[in-house]
Write a protein that binds this ligand. Sequence first.
Ligand code: GDP
Length: 329
Amino acid sequence: MARALITGITGQDGRYLAELLHSKGYEVFGLVKGQSNPRAELVQQELPFVEVVSADLQDLTSLISAVEQTQPDEVYNLAAISFVALSFKQAELTSNVTGLGVLRMLEAIRMAGGSTNNPIRFYQASSSEMFGKVRETPQRETTPFYPRSPYGVAKVFGHDITVNYRDSYHLYACSGILFNHESPRRGLEFVTRKITNAVARIKLGLQDTLALGDLEPRRDWGFAGDYVQAMWQMLQQDEPDDYVIATGRTHRVRDFVHAAFAHAGIEDWEKHVTQDPRFFRPAEVDLLVGDASKAHEKLGWKPEVEFAELVAMMVDHDLEVEARKAGRQ
Ligand code: GDP
Protein backbone atom coordinates (compact mmCIF):
# COMPACT_ATOMS: atom_id res chain seq x y z
CA MET A 1 0.00 0.00 0.00
CA ALA A 2 1.48 3.37 -1.02
CA ARG A 3 1.69 6.01 1.69
CA ALA A 4 1.16 9.73 1.21
CA LEU A 5 1.74 12.60 3.61
CA ILE A 6 -0.23 15.78 2.92
CA THR A 7 0.51 19.13 4.54
CA GLY A 8 -2.51 21.44 4.44
CA ILE A 9 -4.93 18.55 4.85
CA THR A 10 -7.57 20.87 6.35
CA GLY A 11 -7.66 23.09 3.26
CA GLN A 12 -9.62 22.78 0.03
CA ASP A 13 -6.93 20.98 -1.96
CA GLY A 14 -5.83 18.75 0.91
CA ARG A 15 -9.33 17.34 1.22
CA TYR A 16 -9.80 16.71 -2.51
CA LEU A 17 -6.35 15.16 -2.77
CA ALA A 18 -6.93 12.94 0.28
CA GLU A 19 -10.12 11.60 -1.34
CA LEU A 20 -8.34 10.98 -4.63
CA LEU A 21 -5.42 9.13 -3.02
CA HIS A 22 -7.76 7.11 -0.80
CA SER A 23 -9.72 6.03 -3.89
CA LYS A 24 -6.43 4.84 -5.38
CA GLY A 25 -5.72 2.71 -2.33
CA TYR A 26 -3.19 4.97 -0.60
CA GLU A 27 -2.74 5.18 3.11
CA VAL A 28 -3.19 8.92 3.73
CA PHE A 29 -1.54 10.92 6.52
CA GLY A 30 -2.43 14.56 7.10
CA LEU A 31 -0.31 17.10 8.93
CA VAL A 32 -2.24 19.28 11.33
CA LYS A 33 -0.74 22.11 13.36
CA GLY A 34 -1.59 23.54 16.74
CA GLN A 35 -3.30 22.34 19.85
CA SER A 36 -6.85 20.97 19.54
CA ASN A 37 -7.15 22.54 16.10
CA PRO A 38 -10.92 22.63 15.36
CA ARG A 39 -10.28 22.12 11.64
CA ALA A 40 -8.59 18.81 12.44
CA GLU A 41 -11.84 17.57 13.96
CA LEU A 42 -13.74 18.56 10.82
CA VAL A 43 -11.25 16.64 8.69
CA GLN A 44 -11.69 13.57 10.86
CA GLN A 45 -15.46 13.74 10.46
CA GLU A 46 -15.36 14.34 6.74
CA LEU A 47 -12.41 12.07 5.90
CA PRO A 48 -12.26 9.40 8.61
CA PHE A 49 -9.65 7.40 6.67
CA VAL A 50 -7.03 10.15 7.12
CA GLU A 51 -4.52 9.57 9.88
CA VAL A 52 -3.79 12.93 11.46
CA VAL A 53 -0.19 13.73 12.43
CA SER A 54 0.76 16.72 14.53
CA ALA A 55 3.48 18.97 13.09
CA ASP A 56 4.07 22.54 11.94
CA LEU A 57 5.85 23.95 8.89
CA GLN A 58 7.56 26.41 11.23
CA ASP A 59 9.17 23.62 13.25
CA LEU A 60 11.76 21.48 11.47
CA THR A 61 12.03 18.90 14.25
CA SER A 62 8.30 18.23 14.08
CA LEU A 63 8.55 17.69 10.31
CA ILE A 64 11.43 15.24 10.68
CA SER A 65 9.39 13.30 13.26
CA ALA A 66 6.37 13.29 10.97
CA VAL A 67 8.40 11.88 8.08
CA GLU A 68 10.03 9.26 10.33
CA GLN A 69 6.68 8.26 11.77
CA THR A 70 4.73 8.01 8.53
CA GLN A 71 7.45 6.76 6.14
CA PRO A 72 5.69 8.24 3.12
CA ASP A 73 6.32 7.37 -0.53
CA GLU A 74 4.95 10.76 -1.53
CA VAL A 75 4.78 14.12 0.26
CA TYR A 76 2.40 16.82 -0.98
CA ASN A 77 3.21 20.25 0.44
CA LEU A 78 -0.08 22.12 0.23
CA ALA A 79 0.09 23.99 3.55
CA ALA A 80 0.59 27.75 3.41
CA ILE A 81 -0.70 31.11 4.44
CA SER A 82 -2.56 31.15 1.15
CA PHE A 83 -4.65 34.32 1.21
CA VAL A 84 -2.95 37.15 -0.69
CA ALA A 85 -4.70 39.94 1.24
CA LEU A 86 -3.57 38.49 4.60
CA SER A 87 -0.02 38.18 3.32
CA PHE A 88 0.22 41.98 3.06
CA LYS A 89 -0.75 42.29 6.73
CA GLN A 90 1.36 39.38 8.00
CA ALA A 91 4.26 39.41 5.57
CA GLU A 92 6.80 37.92 7.95
CA LEU A 93 4.55 35.03 8.97
CA THR A 94 3.73 34.39 5.31
CA SER A 95 7.42 34.31 4.38
CA ASN A 96 8.09 31.90 7.20
CA VAL A 97 5.28 29.45 6.52
CA THR A 98 4.70 29.74 2.77
CA GLY A 99 8.38 30.25 1.89
CA LEU A 100 10.73 28.81 4.51
CA GLY A 101 8.23 26.05 5.30
CA VAL A 102 9.05 24.49 1.93
CA LEU A 103 12.75 24.46 2.75
CA ARG A 104 12.03 22.80 6.11
CA MET A 105 9.88 20.12 4.49
CA LEU A 106 12.58 19.42 1.91
CA GLU A 107 15.21 19.21 4.67
CA ALA A 108 13.01 16.84 6.67
CA ILE A 109 12.72 14.60 3.61
CA ARG A 110 16.45 14.74 2.99
CA MET A 111 17.30 14.00 6.62
CA ALA A 112 14.65 11.48 7.56
CA GLY A 113 13.21 10.09 4.46
CA GLY A 114 13.45 7.34 2.00
CA SER A 115 16.11 4.85 1.04
CA THR A 116 18.18 5.28 -2.11
CA ASN A 117 16.06 2.55 -3.72
CA ASN A 118 12.81 4.10 -2.70
CA PRO A 119 13.26 7.88 -2.36
CA ILE A 120 10.35 10.04 -1.26
CA ARG A 121 8.66 11.94 -4.05
CA PHE A 122 7.83 15.57 -3.27
CA TYR A 123 5.12 17.84 -4.65
CA GLN A 124 5.29 21.61 -4.07
CA ALA A 125 2.15 23.71 -4.48
CA SER A 126 3.49 26.58 -6.54
CA SER A 127 1.14 29.33 -7.65
CA SER A 128 0.23 31.53 -10.60
CA GLU A 129 0.64 34.45 -8.17
CA MET A 130 4.38 34.06 -8.87
CA PHE A 131 3.72 35.58 -12.33
CA GLY A 132 2.13 38.67 -10.73
CA LYS A 133 2.77 41.57 -13.06
CA VAL A 134 2.89 39.23 -15.99
CA ARG A 135 5.85 39.25 -18.36
CA GLU A 136 4.04 37.34 -21.11
CA THR A 137 0.55 36.05 -21.87
CA PRO A 138 -0.44 33.30 -21.52
CA GLN A 139 1.89 32.31 -18.72
CA ARG A 140 3.80 29.05 -19.00
CA GLU A 141 6.58 27.22 -17.19
CA THR A 142 9.30 29.43 -18.71
CA THR A 143 7.58 32.79 -18.04
CA PRO A 144 9.71 34.92 -15.67
CA PHE A 145 8.25 35.58 -12.23
CA TYR A 146 7.27 39.05 -10.97
CA PRO A 147 5.33 38.49 -7.73
CA ARG A 148 3.11 41.31 -6.48
CA SER A 149 2.48 40.30 -2.86
CA PRO A 150 4.38 38.81 0.09
CA TYR A 151 2.48 35.61 -0.70
CA GLY A 152 3.75 35.63 -4.29
CA VAL A 153 7.30 36.35 -3.13
CA ALA A 154 7.18 33.47 -0.63
CA LYS A 155 5.83 31.12 -3.32
CA VAL A 156 8.72 32.08 -5.62
CA PHE A 157 11.14 31.10 -2.85
CA GLY A 158 9.30 27.80 -2.36
CA HIS A 159 9.40 27.13 -6.09
CA ASP A 160 13.07 27.99 -6.50
CA ILE A 161 14.19 26.00 -3.46
CA THR A 162 12.28 22.97 -4.77
CA VAL A 163 14.11 23.24 -8.11
CA ASN A 164 17.39 23.74 -6.25
CA TYR A 165 16.93 20.62 -4.10
CA ARG A 166 16.05 18.62 -7.19
CA ASP A 167 19.22 19.83 -8.91
CA SER A 168 21.46 19.57 -5.84
CA TYR A 169 20.34 16.34 -4.18
CA HIS A 170 18.57 14.54 -7.03
CA LEU A 171 15.32 14.55 -5.14
CA TYR A 172 12.23 13.60 -7.11
CA ALA A 173 10.65 17.02 -6.54
CA CYS A 174 7.97 18.65 -8.70
CA SER A 175 6.27 22.03 -8.63
CA GLY A 176 2.76 22.40 -9.90
CA ILE A 177 2.20 26.02 -10.89
CA LEU A 178 -1.54 25.99 -10.30
CA PHE A 179 -3.74 28.84 -11.43
CA ASN A 180 -6.72 29.76 -9.22
CA HIS A 181 -8.82 26.73 -8.48
CA GLU A 182 -12.11 26.83 -6.67
CA SER A 183 -14.88 24.60 -5.38
CA PRO A 184 -17.66 24.50 -2.79
CA ARG A 185 -14.83 23.82 -0.32
CA ARG A 186 -13.04 27.08 -1.08
CA GLY A 187 -12.56 29.31 1.99
CA LEU A 188 -15.05 32.18 2.32
CA GLU A 189 -12.23 34.75 2.22
CA PHE A 190 -11.51 34.05 -1.48
CA VAL A 191 -13.50 36.09 -3.95
CA THR A 192 -15.34 33.23 -5.70
CA ARG A 193 -16.75 31.64 -2.58
CA LYS A 194 -17.40 35.03 -1.00
CA ILE A 195 -19.54 35.82 -4.06
CA THR A 196 -21.40 32.51 -4.27
CA ASN A 197 -22.13 32.51 -0.56
CA ALA A 198 -23.45 36.09 -0.68
CA VAL A 199 -25.53 35.34 -3.79
CA ALA A 200 -27.14 32.41 -1.98
CA ARG A 201 -27.88 34.53 1.07
CA ILE A 202 -29.29 37.39 -1.04
CA LYS A 203 -31.47 34.93 -2.95
CA LEU A 204 -32.79 33.54 0.32
CA GLY A 205 -33.44 37.04 1.71
CA LEU A 206 -30.78 36.67 4.40
CA GLN A 207 -28.67 39.63 3.28
CA ASP A 208 -28.94 42.55 0.84
CA THR A 209 -25.53 43.52 -0.36
CA LEU A 210 -22.12 42.14 -1.18
CA ALA A 211 -19.08 44.38 -0.58
CA LEU A 212 -16.15 43.72 -2.88
CA GLY A 213 -12.89 45.33 -3.93
CA ASP A 214 -11.60 45.61 -7.49
CA LEU A 215 -13.94 43.99 -10.04
CA GLU A 216 -11.56 44.29 -13.01
CA PRO A 217 -8.77 41.75 -12.28
CA ARG A 218 -8.86 38.69 -14.50
CA ARG A 219 -8.24 35.16 -13.29
CA ASP A 220 -7.98 31.72 -14.86
CA TRP A 221 -10.41 29.83 -12.61
CA GLY A 222 -10.59 26.04 -12.66
CA PHE A 223 -12.11 23.34 -10.46
CA ALA A 224 -9.95 22.12 -7.54
CA GLY A 225 -11.12 18.53 -8.01
CA ASP A 226 -9.55 18.51 -11.49
CA TYR A 227 -6.35 20.13 -10.27
CA VAL A 228 -5.47 17.58 -7.55
CA GLN A 229 -5.44 14.92 -10.30
CA ALA A 230 -2.55 16.79 -11.88
CA MET A 231 -0.63 16.85 -8.58
CA TRP A 232 -0.79 13.08 -8.35
CA GLN A 233 0.09 12.60 -12.03
CA MET A 234 3.24 14.74 -11.63
CA LEU A 235 4.58 12.31 -9.06
CA GLN A 236 3.97 9.23 -11.25
CA GLN A 237 6.37 10.19 -14.09
CA ASP A 238 9.85 8.83 -14.83
CA GLU A 239 11.44 12.24 -14.24
CA PRO A 240 10.44 15.09 -11.94
CA ASP A 241 9.44 18.36 -13.61
CA ASP A 242 7.38 21.54 -13.20
CA TYR A 243 4.00 22.06 -14.82
CA VAL A 244 1.50 24.88 -15.29
CA ILE A 245 -2.03 23.74 -14.48
CA ALA A 246 -4.74 26.05 -15.83
CA THR A 247 -7.84 26.16 -18.02
CA GLY A 248 -6.45 28.66 -20.55
CA ARG A 249 -9.53 30.86 -20.13
CA THR A 250 -9.69 34.07 -18.16
CA HIS A 251 -12.61 36.02 -16.67
CA ARG A 252 -12.91 39.25 -14.74
CA VAL A 253 -14.14 39.27 -11.14
CA ARG A 254 -17.22 41.12 -12.44
CA ASP A 255 -17.91 38.22 -14.86
CA PHE A 256 -17.91 35.81 -11.93
CA VAL A 257 -20.28 38.11 -10.02
CA HIS A 258 -22.61 38.38 -13.01
CA ALA A 259 -22.60 34.62 -13.67
CA ALA A 260 -23.27 33.79 -10.01
CA PHE A 261 -26.20 36.19 -9.66
CA ALA A 262 -27.59 35.07 -13.03
CA HIS A 263 -27.42 31.42 -12.01
CA ALA A 264 -29.49 32.24 -8.91
CA GLY A 265 -32.02 34.01 -11.12
CA ILE A 266 -31.09 37.56 -10.01
CA GLU A 267 -30.48 39.76 -13.07
CA ASP A 268 -29.92 43.21 -11.52
CA TRP A 269 -26.73 42.31 -9.71
CA GLU A 270 -25.35 45.90 -9.67
CA LYS A 271 -28.06 46.82 -7.14
CA HIS A 272 -26.61 44.33 -4.68
CA VAL A 273 -22.87 44.94 -5.07
CA THR A 274 -20.95 47.74 -3.36
CA GLN A 275 -17.24 48.50 -3.51
CA ASP A 276 -15.26 48.85 -0.33
CA PRO A 277 -11.68 50.17 -0.14
CA ARG A 278 -10.91 47.57 2.53
CA PHE A 279 -10.94 44.87 -0.13
CA PHE A 280 -8.50 46.59 -2.49
CA ARG A 281 -4.87 45.49 -2.30
CA PRO A 282 -1.67 47.55 -2.13
CA ALA A 283 -0.58 45.92 -5.41
CA GLU A 284 -2.86 43.97 -7.73
CA VAL A 285 -2.36 41.10 -10.15
CA ASP A 286 -4.39 42.29 -13.13
CA LEU A 287 -4.36 39.35 -15.51
CA LEU A 288 -3.67 35.65 -15.16
CA VAL A 289 -4.21 33.09 -17.88
CA GLY A 290 -2.21 29.90 -18.07
CA ASP A 291 -0.95 27.72 -20.88
CA ALA A 292 -1.15 24.12 -19.65
CA SER A 293 -0.06 22.49 -22.91
CA LYS A 294 2.98 20.84 -21.29
CA ALA A 295 0.74 19.14 -18.70
CA HIS A 296 -1.61 18.14 -21.49
CA GLU A 297 1.17 16.64 -23.62
CA LYS A 298 3.28 14.99 -20.91
CA LEU A 299 0.70 14.07 -18.27
CA GLY A 300 -2.37 13.76 -20.46
CA TRP A 301 -4.05 16.18 -18.05
CA LYS A 302 -6.90 18.47 -18.99
CA PRO A 303 -9.56 20.27 -16.97
CA GLU A 304 -13.07 18.79 -17.02
CA VAL A 305 -15.15 21.52 -15.37
CA GLU A 306 -15.77 24.75 -17.28
CA PHE A 307 -16.28 28.23 -15.81
CA ALA A 308 -20.09 28.27 -16.01
CA GLU A 309 -20.29 24.79 -14.51
CA LEU A 310 -17.96 25.80 -11.67
CA VAL A 311 -20.02 28.89 -10.84
CA ALA A 312 -23.24 26.84 -10.91
CA MET A 313 -21.74 24.12 -8.69
CA MET A 314 -20.66 26.67 -6.09
CA VAL A 315 -23.90 28.69 -6.09
CA ASP A 316 -26.05 25.53 -5.86
CA HIS A 317 -23.96 24.25 -2.97
CA ASP A 318 -24.22 27.56 -1.08
CA LEU A 319 -27.96 27.79 -1.71
CA GLU A 320 -28.37 24.37 -0.17
CA VAL A 321 -26.12 25.05 2.82
CA GLU A 322 -27.59 28.47 3.58
CA ALA A 323 -31.17 27.21 3.23
CA ARG A 324 -30.40 24.36 5.62
CA LYS A 325 -28.79 26.74 8.13
CA ALA A 326 -31.73 29.17 7.88
CA GLY A 327 -34.17 26.28 8.40
CA ARG A 328 -32.45 25.33 11.63
CA GLN A 329 -32.66 28.85 13.08
P1 GDP B 1 -5.99 35.45 -5.50
O1 GDP B 1 -5.98 35.47 -7.00
O2 GDP B 1 -5.16 34.37 -4.93
O3 GDP B 1 -5.69 36.76 -4.90
O4 GDP B 1 -7.51 35.02 -5.12
P2 GDP B 1 -8.73 35.84 -4.48
O5 GDP B 1 -9.93 34.98 -4.71
O6 GDP B 1 -8.45 36.23 -3.07
O7 GDP B 1 -8.82 37.16 -5.36
C1 GDP B 1 -9.05 37.13 -6.74
C2 GDP B 1 -9.21 38.56 -7.26
O8 GDP B 1 -10.42 39.12 -6.78
C3 GDP B 1 -8.10 39.53 -6.82
O9 GDP B 1 -7.71 40.30 -7.92
C4 GDP B 1 -8.78 40.39 -5.78
O10 GDP B 1 -8.24 41.70 -5.65
C5 GDP B 1 -10.18 40.45 -6.35
N1 GDP B 1 -11.20 40.84 -5.37
C6 GDP B 1 -12.10 41.84 -5.51
N2 GDP B 1 -12.87 41.94 -4.42
C7 GDP B 1 -12.46 40.98 -3.55
C8 GDP B 1 -12.87 40.57 -2.25
O11 GDP B 1 -13.78 41.14 -1.66
N3 GDP B 1 -12.23 39.52 -1.68
C9 GDP B 1 -11.20 38.86 -2.34
N4 GDP B 1 -10.61 37.81 -1.75
N5 GDP B 1 -10.78 39.23 -3.56
C10 GDP B 1 -11.39 40.27 -4.16
